[in-house]
Design a protein around this ligand. Sequence first.
Ligand code: COA
Length: 161
Amino acid sequence: MPLKIAVYPGSFDPVTYGHLDIIDRALKIFDGVIVAVARNSEKNSLFSVKERVKLLTEILEDRPVAKVDTFEGLLVDYVRQCEASVIIRGLRAVSDFEYEFQLAQMNRSITRDVETLFMMTSVPYSYLSSSIVKEVSMLNGPVDKLVPPKVKAALDAKFRG
Ligand code: COA
């Protein structure tokens, strides 16, 4: 049987425990998981792509993730280039559904070779987003339960370094 490789794409600005929860669960399902940072996101980012990849690489060091990578252009092109067949997305709340539905349908209309798999974000992280973490950290609030220590240190350096 061919290996089942999945791509978990996102902005990861920065990676949170919510993302790690999805990655850990995906690792139990797939033969390989590629974590891919989108280069052409329209979002204003706090961390550069290089910084985001470095943080992800350090944090995922002990996990059997196939690779941490970046991509530009169409996600489905990148997925096919990796010889992967699945896109993993986390769904936090009903509010995520509309956007994710649009994304998945558009990707499906481009190619039928790639499936999108949605995983329900675990309850403790269902209210989490990278933006809210950045806001709390900027205001010197506690983020210890939301992000790994390395991310907290990187946030501290950005806002108070
Ligand atoms: N737990 C907690 N938070 C989570 C989460 C989880 N499991 N999963 C996602 N989030 C948060 C993220 O932190 C992020 O927060 P933010 O908005 O405050 O930054 C938010 O949910 C959603 O971000 P993310 O999952 O990173 O997706 P995105 O919307 O930034 O990026 C891409 C989506 C990159 C996959 C999409 O834009 C894409 O495919 N781009 C490539 C171009 C393309 O192919 N376009 C056509 C597709 S139709």
